[in-house]
Design a binder for this molecule. Structure first.
Ligand SMILES: Nc1nc2c(ncn2[C@@H]2O[C@H](COP(=O)(O)OP(=O)(O)OP(=O)(O)O)[C@@H](O)[C@H]2O)c(=O)[nH]1
Ligand SMILES: [Mg+2]
Length: 453
């Protein structure tokens, strides 16, 4: 991958390799293996990998499935299945085999040798989709880093399957020197990208922190759950909505104005998926900064999807990796207009009694969602009496901006205020020369100011 203003450090041949390994509009056979720790979740075992394959542009010509207790170390699938796959490749003229499971570099190499076509695993396919979708410089840097980290241990195999694929050009594969050279270049580029991303991350952190006083809410959820559509409904953002996986790769933040209440900064972000490549999660930290710093998460689930519950857990797992799983969260059960049978919804509500059922498409449930968001954001408000002398003009201005002041008197050189403000802003106010007394009961609030030294 290559973009403006970026120095080309990776060799041309390496870039070409990546392009050739991209899925494109090829005829593809899908393979999905069920294992005890990674079972199929629906009656359609290839459903998700088909979605990914089509998103990448491939034409699916056949699907092969196998249930196993354990993988075959060399080839992942058993000998019989491999023969069946081989015959299918010949019969359909397939150009690529896409695995729903993750393969080791050795397994990929052996499978390619046996089948004579490219074999691409789930992580590589996801990385490929991300690479095509990335638009901003930040997203491009992040995807390139994830791709290179994924490729580094696979360089040898990348060369060999390409030489085979390209009809015998350099069929003996690259010399060791060429391989060493590639490794060195990739290594160098990884370091370079990490430095650039640290800069981006630092800038992003400062930018997001500067909004610390705002009500920041972040939409999270499985890919295609309907986050962007909900964002558009709430904010008129005009964000790209598409019935495909990973439509959104960059974070967008927009103002959500709630009548008679105020504004919220709402962020829409990249969707998650089961077994998201680890490199990708790690390198997408800059993009997910809004989520990491948000006060509240809206976890959007497609309630009409038969695997809704599993998708919920897959997202929670990624949130854990990002250290966001302890944040206040509202579970939003979306697409209820699409449910044929509302008993599926009852089941989800039994599992998550505090969830809010909505439809981003019809607007059903949006009012309840709005009220729940306000409740969650205002839950941590305090009432306080604040005394300060007149020299603290900045504090007064700050309170005017961020607190709801309902009582204010001037006594000699002192201002006494009673106000309601978010607890997390208290530390901005409680500085030397300012006395803050928390009012704990309505009675105390109505009493004449207590005197305290
Ligand atoms: N019927 C119905 N369809 C919906 C609803 N919300 C979203 N969709 C559709 O679901 C698809 C995905 O919606 P998006 O908003 O792009 O989903 P997303 O979560 O942003 O997806 P990514 O950006 O890929 O993570 C689109 O075709 C939407 O029109 C809903 O409430 N009801
Ligand atoms: Mg989206």
């Amino acid at each position: 991958m290559n973009f403006e203003g970026e120095e080309k450090v990776i060799s041309k041949s390496f870039e070409q390799k990546r392009i050739d390994l991209s899925v494109g509009q090829e005829k593809a056979i899908l393979v999905s293996v069920s294992l005890p720790d990674r079972p199929w979740l629906t009656a359609d075992p290839c459903g998700e990998i088909r979605g990914l394959a089509e998103t990448a542009g491939a034409k699916v010509v056949k699907e092969v499935t196998q249930k196993r207790h354990d993988i075959e170390p060399g080839t992942y699938i058993g000998k019989g299945k491999l023969n069946e796959l081989n015959e299918a490749v010949i019969a359909t003229d397939a150009e690529v085999v896409l695995f729903d499971n993750d393969l080791s570099p050795g397994q990929t190499r052996n499978l390619e040798k046996a089948l004579g076509v490219k074999v691409i695993d789930r992580s590589e396919l996801i990385l490929d989709i991300f690479a095509h979708r990335a638009r901003s410089l930040e997203a491009k840097l992040q995807v390139e880093l994830a791709q290179l980290e994924y490729s580094l241990p696979r360089l040898k195999q990348m060369w060999s399957h390409l030489s085979r694929h390209n009809g015998g050009i350099g069929t003996r594969g690259p010399g060791e020197t060429q391989l060493e050279e590639d490794r060195r270049l990739v290594d160098h580029r990884i370091r370079d990208l990490k430095t650039k991303l640290t800069e981006v991350q630092g800038r992003k952190e400062r930018e997001v922190r500067s909004r610390a006083e705002e009500y920041t809410v972040s939409l999270v959820g499985y890919t295609n759950a309907g986050k962007s559509r909900l964002m558009n409904r709430l904010t008129d953002a005009g964000v790209y909505v598409e019935n495909q996986l990973f439509s959104t790769l960059d974070t967008r933040t927009r103002q959500w104005h709630i009548k008679d209440w105020g504004r919220i900064l709402l962020s829409d972000t990249v969707g998650f998926i089961r077994d998201l490549p680890h490199h990708l999660v790690a390198s997408f930290k800059a993009t997910l900064e809004e989520t990491r710093q948000a006060r509240l998460l809206l976890h959007v689930v497609d309630a009409s999807n038969p695997t809704a519950e599993a998708q919920f857990h897959a997202v929670q797992k990624v949130l854990q990796e990002l250290d966001c799983h302890q944040k206040p969260m509202i579970l939003v059960l979306n697409k209820i207009d699409q449910l044929n049978d509302r008993s599926d919804l009852s089941l989800l509500l039994r599992l998550h009694p505090r969830a809010i059922a909505i439809s981003g498409a019809t607007g059903e449930g949006i009012e309840e969602l709005t009220e729940t968001v306000i409740e969650a954001l205002t839950a941590d408000f305090i009432d306080a009496e604040i005394r300060t002398d007149m020299t603290h003009g900045k504090i007064l201005a700050y309170l005017n901006l961020h607190a709801e002041i309902y009582y204010q008197v001037y006594q000699e050189n002192e201002v006494v205020m009673r106000c309601r403000l978010p607890r997390h802003l208290l530390h901005h106010v409680a500085i030397p020369g300012v006395t803050v007394h928390e009012l704990n009961s309505p009675l105390e609030m109505s009493l004449p100011s207590p005197s305290y030294e």
